[in-house]
Ligand binder design. Structure first.
Ligand code: ADP
Ligand code: ZN
Ligand code: ZN
Length: 748
């Protein structure tokens, strides 16, 4: 038999199959998905490859497979998924396969791979009857020995270290017992279990509200009928979405199938997981996310692979868990941008979920309080069934939201970052010993230009997107189409000379707060303060446990935390996310403001939220005051339609980078010309923009250019872009890296 093999490599030229013959004695072990070692080209050491097909004969003279890995492989369904992804996301099949391998084993360096952890175990080497006989005959005299042997009889297998502690015997005692032939040592695998010794009080199903029941029944019917339908569970935070997930998962368990539940990495806190452990017990649950050690993840993967784990909870990569009896996919906080990978393979896990749901004929449930425009659009069109939860399940009321017009603060002579009203509220909160969160949505490198007097922001004439200031060339530039203009000294709207060039950062804000409220304790959370040692979780816990007065932070503070003592939230500069040069600026702003507002007053006391802005009339800000997603959606979708942005088309970003600027430009131009020809010759419905430098046009000495394609991404266009990519490769322009990103979540 012949195996078609793809090498474990990200070199684009190696994204093809090579035939190898399967030696006779390996025929039982080599299958589609196997990892094998082969002699490749003139390379001395053996190289790893993945078997992607098996056939009877080859047209070439082929070498034998040298070795086959008997563990750590994947199944045929996953190989097919990898092939599908590689085409859709323009990357190598092997790069996709690596996502599906046991964690820590994707590397080509065989020595560095994660593997099982083993420990020295002990067990009795003689029957207990024989031992008891020897005790009676005083052949075994020591009390310690007798106690240890009798105890060991009751525990069938145990690591010797653990036994020493449990039985309070020394290792010398065990050695003697071994020497006398009563016990034996052996190596065995031990599980690295992140929940070991964790005790969570168990919970029972709550009686569902009518709305929850309706939602549950709709999905239940799809489960019963093996329909791969999609649902959007649309409900404010605290409306009881998680309770619906829990009961759906229970139903899937009863059907003898397994569930995958995706959660944004940052919301995957111990509290989240505990709710699932409380309902189902930890034996049935596997968790996959980056905070676990590689070894722990490896063991969690095998807990899934061997069928023990029935419920997989994890960040986006958990979608690739080795499950072959999938029953349901749940994607919580489905609007979160972490569901799209920003490194190769640049996949969107929702696409992968849709592929798998179809494969296994199972439903997908998307959950959110502020759904992705795309998902809600599908719900409007009937492609996704809308299930609504309109009330909070625990009767907590939504906070009061106040919009503060910062233009007036300036007019009144207040140049600080904190408005007079917010200042008063913070003061009062400090007196009342209540906690405050100040949120600053700062995007480091995106510098935009704004009039402090009227809030005017320079936007591109063609794209309705904020222009970005490039200090080096002193130009305002559109990152989509390349349009440029000279920065203004006076505001084109109101002629004021008070022009602001950038937002201020969290660090500066903390200094300001410390000056204004010297009596207050503060803690800051942003990319600079969150490190491996000082984790996100640690900062949150300190804020809670030490009752720190004011938490100052970026995006990170908004995700799903429950702070009973927080009654006041201030959004310092809501415009920060409004003027990012991305067509989703309004959507992101609405989502963030709604989520931040949700942090205030989640218990009995009513919360207050202050949103400070220079654009109080902006729709995203106005609608977030009313917490009215639907009205926001209705307005925003019209803009998307008029300007042809998703969901009305897909945006494909083709990026080029190299230290050699000339080659980067040359590549971009080649690609542009190739696509242009195809559009004309094949009459492809594509809007193609001219190549322009990327917003960050140089990173680590690499020049970056790109071009943007707008279209309805289908097989034909997929093929066309692929052909142009191949065509570009044949031109052999040296040292240029090309990436293609379909609907990137970040346009930088
Ligand atoms: P979400 O996931 O939408 O944020 P949760 O499922 O976490 O909402 O529910 C919020 C709170 O309401 C939780 O404390 C939960 O225990 C409670 N809750 C949810 N459903 C019910 C119900 N049917 N009856 C009583 N309490 C409920
Ligand atoms: Zn102005
Ligand atoms: Zn433009």
């Amino acid at each position: 038999m012949i195996a078609e093999i793809i090498m474990n490599s990200s070199v684009r030229n190696l994204d093809k199959t090579f035939d190898y013959s399967i030696p006779y004695d390996m025929e039982d072990k080599v299958h589609i998905g196997s990892r094998v070692l082969v002699k490749f080209g003139n390379i001395k050491e053996l190289k790893e490859g993945f078997v992607v097909n098996i056939k009877d004969k080859s047209d070439f003279e082929v070498k034998d497979i040298s070795k086959v890995e008997e563990k750590d492989f994947i199944d045929e369904a996953k190989v097919n998924l990898a092939k599908w992804m590689s085409k859709r996301y323009f990357c190598n099949v092997s790069e996709c396969i690596k996502l599906m391998l046991p964690p820590g084993t994707g590397t080509n360096n065989l020595e560095n791979r994660a593997k099982e952890k083993t420990a020295r175990f002990i067990r009795l080497a003689k029957s207990i009857d024989e031992i008891e006989f020897n005790i009676e005959n005083k052949k075994i005299k020591s009390d310690k020995h007798i106690r240890a042997l009798r105890m060991l009889d009751k525990i069938s297998e145990i690591p010797s270290k653990e036994f020493e502690e449990l039985a309070d015997v020394s290792s010398a005692v065990l050695k003697t017992l071994e020497k006398n032939g009563y016990i034996e040592f052996y190596e065995n695998a031990v599980e690295r279990n992140p929940f070991l010794h964790k005790v969570v009080a168990s919970t029972n199903n709550l009686k569902l509200t009518d709305e929850q029941q309706n939602a549950f029944t709709a999905v239940e019917n799809a489960l019963d009928d093996m329909m791969n339908s999609e649902f959007l569970l649309f409900g404010v935070t605290g409306s009881g979405k998680t309770e619906v997930y829990l009961q759906l998962i229970e139903k899937v368990l009863e059907m003898g199938k397994r569930s995958v539940m995706l959660v944004p990495e940052i919301s995957l806190t111990p509290q989240t997981v505990d709710r699932f452990i409380a309902r189902f017990g930890q034996e049935k649950i596997a968790v996959l996310h980056s905070k676990l050690s590689v070894g722990e993840r490896y063991d969690q993967w095998y807990k899934i692979k061997n069928g023990e784990a029935k419920i997989v909870i994890g960040a986006r990569s958990a979608m690739f868990a080795p499950i072959n009896d999938l029953g349901i996919i749940i994607i919580d906080e489905e609007h979160d941008s972490s569901y799209k990978s920003e490194t190769t393979p640049r996949y969107n896990v929702k696409d992968v979920a849709r592929y798998l749901a179809k494969e296994y004929s199972v439903p997908i449930v998307f959950g959110s309080a502020t759904p992705d425009m795309d998902t809600y659009y599908k719900a409007q069109n009937g492609d996704v069934e809308l299930l609504e939860l309109t009330k909070r399940a625990n009767e907590a009321s939504l906070p009061d939201i106040n919009i503060v017009d910062m233009r007036r603060e300036l007019a009144n002579g207040n140049r600080s970052s904190i408005s007079m009203r917010l200042f008063e509220y913070i003061k009062q909160n400090l007196k009342d010993k209540k906690q405050t969160i100040l949120f600053l949505n700062r995007r480091g490198y995106s510098t935009f230009v704004m009039c402090r007097n009227c809030g005017y922001v320079a936007k591109c004439k063609h794209c309705n997107i904020a222009l970005t200031y490039h200090s080096k060339e002193n130009r305002l530039r559109c990152h989509y189409c390349g349009y440029e203009e000279i920065p203004f000294k006076n505001c084109p709207e109101c002629d004021s000379g008070s022009i602001k060039y950038s937002g201020s950062g969290t660090q500066k804000l903390e200094e300001e707060v410390n000056k204004m409220f010297p009596e207050a304790s503060t803690i800051r959370m942003d990319v600079d303060t969150v490190t491996k040692k000082n984790s996100h979780e640690d900062i949150i816990n300190r804020f809670k446990d030490e009752n720190i007065d004011i938490l100052i932070g970026t995006q990170m503070v908004v995700k799903g935390h429950h702070f009973p003592n927080v009654t006041l939230v201030g959004v310092i500069f809501a415009d920060g996310s409004l003027n990012i040069d991305d067509y989703r600026a309004h959507e992101r702003t609405f989502q963030i403001l709604t989520q931040v507002a949700g942090r205030a007053g989640r218990e009995k006391e009513k919360g207050n939220v202050f949103i400070q802005t220079y654009n109080p009339d902006n729709l995203a800000i106005e609608f977030s005051k009313q917490q009215d997603y639907k009205r926001f959606y209705d307005t925003e979708i019209k803009i998307r339609k008029a300007l042809k942005y998703p969901p009305f088309c897909d945006i494909i970003l083709i990026g080029f980078s190299s230290e050699n600027e000339k080659n980067v430009i040359e590549s971009a131009k080649q690609m542009y010309m190739c696509l242009k020809d195809k559009i004309i010759n094949e009459k492809l419905p594509i809007i193609l923009y001219k190549p322009v430098p990327a917003p960050i046009d140089r990173i680590k000495n690499k020049y970056r250019w790109r071009l943007i394609v707008k279209c309805k991404f289908d097989d034909k266009i997929n093929d066309a872009i692929y052909e142009c990519l191949k065509d570009l490769e044949s031109k052999n322009i040296r040292d240029v890296k090309t990436i293609i990103d379909v609907n990137p979540s970040n346009m930088m």
